[in-house]
Design a protein around this ligand. Structure first.
Ligand code: URP
Ligand code: ZN
Ligand code: ZN
Length: 468
């Protein structure tokens, strides 16, 4: 019998790359220095590194550019099979759009099949092998079982650093309903030093509204069907468990002022909450849901008001938000526009590629947000929280040479069709942004330069949490 051919993966690493004259930006410092890469690692950061003494070195002139650590999109759903369909971006396509956005690592999700976390994890990890950039995984836990702690221990040994739970979606079987069972899952995570990430929308609040609902089910109705008070209530609920167990909890995609106010109150009471928000909750509001293109902007939680945008923007600037990630869960225009009923519109939007320019534009124009703060929100922060640091999220000798060359002066207008998501659209269509990624390196290899994708299918590596 013929052996099946092995997939061929080429590793075209240049021996040494010297990035000269850029503004290096880490979270705690920014300075004009040179950065030397040897193989897959950063080996030297110093002023005026002389290429004359180096053999086989390729010099990249970064004059006028910022040099950032590769970004981490800590919340993605690439190639998600759900609701009888699959999201638009395959792993190979998603890697491409990520490279264009300066993202060199993503944290995606392994869904719990409710039989075995270990095999659920292995399945998702296997599916992700075509990735052209690096990836880690959060482990979904959607049902309590007696030996859940043992299951968690097994996936921790495979590099899982965090679990994800939902406080909603009872209808699709994602909700652990009993508080005492949820608390046991939290307690096991505390014991095993696993982060608990929570999608916060209270299921009862949403179901009660649904039962009494007399209105239409148009996209514009979605924010009233899943209101901010559902988010606030769910944060209160998981916050109370975190307080009883004296452990941290990570709130994914915070969307509302009301939710933020509960976060503030819980923090005042000594609860350790880590907060993630997304560009869409910072920069888009519910008006987008009106009109024929409304379905394109449907996700959960839904877009809220301008007041919510402003409250979250203020929280980002104040340091009350630790991570900005995208919740990239893209469907094509065609998929999104198949229905105008929020009960059947596929929820989720693209976003990884636009993340850095959006934050940079906000930082420049109204946010008083420095590039170091942006690096913290998009790279160092998630790397530290999810145990990927200092391999990822750092411009330091010994770290992976995941590098972004960013032109901070490049002004451009978003045209979804010219971006790289297979969704074919952007929720930020027509916005003029300042700053654009001109080159992305993954472990010392150029994966995007001058608008050309050079990533290799299958060259992305699975990254274990906490160096396991
Ligand atoms: O609508 C969204 N956000 N879809 C992705 C899954 C989730 O809830 O994060
Ligand atoms: Zn979610
Ligand atoms: Zn999500």
């Amino acid at each position: 019998m013929l052996a099946s051919p092995k997939p061929r993966v080429y590793h075209l690493y240049m021996a040494k790359i010297l990035i000269k004259d850029g503004l290096l930006v880490d979270t705690e410092w920014a300075r004009h220095q040179d950065l030397l890469i040897d193989g897959s690692k950063i080996v030297r950061i110093a002023s005026d590194i002389d290429e004359a003494g180096l053999e086989e070195v390729t010099v990249i002139n970064a004059d006028g550019l910022c040099v950032l650590p590769g970004l981490i999109d800590a919340h993605t759903h690439y190639h998600l099979v759900s609701r009888g369909t699959v999201t638009a971006d395959s792993f190979a396509e998603a890697s491409r759009l990520a490279a264009f956005g300066g993202v060199t690592t993503v944290v995606d999700f392994a869904d719990d099949d409710k039989v075995s976390l270990s095999s659920s994890f292995e399945k998702r990890r296997g599916e992700m092998r075509p990735m052209g950039i690096d990836y880690a995984l959060h482990m979904g836990v959607y049902a309590y079982r007696e030996d859940i702690e043992k299951e968690l221990e097994e996936v921790k040994a495979k590099g899982i650093g965090a679990i994800k739970i939902f406080t909603t979606y009872r209808n699709v079987g994602y909700l652990i309903e009993k508080r005492e069972e949820l608390k046991k899952v939290f307690a096991s995570c505390k014991k095993l030093d696993l982060m608990v990430c929570v999608h916060c929308e209270d299921n009862d609040v949403i179901e009660d509204i649904d039962k009494k609902w007399k209105g239409t089910y148009l996209p514009k109705d979605h924010p009233d069907m899943r209101p901010a008070k559902a988010e606030a209530e769910a944060i209160r609920y998981v916050g109370s468990i975190a307080k009883e167990l004296d452990m941290p909890v990570y709130i994914v995609h915070l969307s509302s002022k009301e939710g933020l106010e509960v976060v503030r109150k819980l923090r005042n009471d000594g609860v350790h909450l880590i907060v993630e928000t997304t560009p869409h909750y910072l920069f888009l509001s519910r008006e987008k849901l009106e009109g024929p293109d409304g379905p394109l902007y449907v996700m959960t939680p839904p877009l809220r008001t301008k007041e919510d945008n402003e409250a979250l923007q203020e929280a980002v600037v104040n340091g009350e938000v630790q991570v900005v990630a995208t919740d990239h869960c893209a469907f094509t225009r065609k998929q999104k526009l198949e229905s105008n009923d929020v009960r059947t519109i596929y929820p989720g939007i693209p976003g990884t590629e636009e993340m850095l320019p959006l934050l940079h534009t906000f930082g420049l124009t109204q946010g008083h947000l420095s590039l170091s703060q942006i690096v913290n929100l998009l790279s160092t922060g998630p790397a530290k929280i999810f145990g990927l640091y200092p391999k990822k999220g750092s411009l330091a000798e010994g770290s992976d040479a995941d590098i972004v060359l960013f032109d901070p002066d490049w002004s451009w207008t978003v045209e979804g069709e010219k971006l790289h998501s297979a969704s074919g659209y952007s929720c930020y269509e027509g916005m003029t942004l300042t700053g654009r990624v001109v080159m992305t390196l993954l472990r010392g290899r150029i994966v995007m330069g001058d608008g050309i994708y050079l990533g290799l299918e299958g060259d992305g590596q699975y990254v274990k949490s906490r160096g396991q």
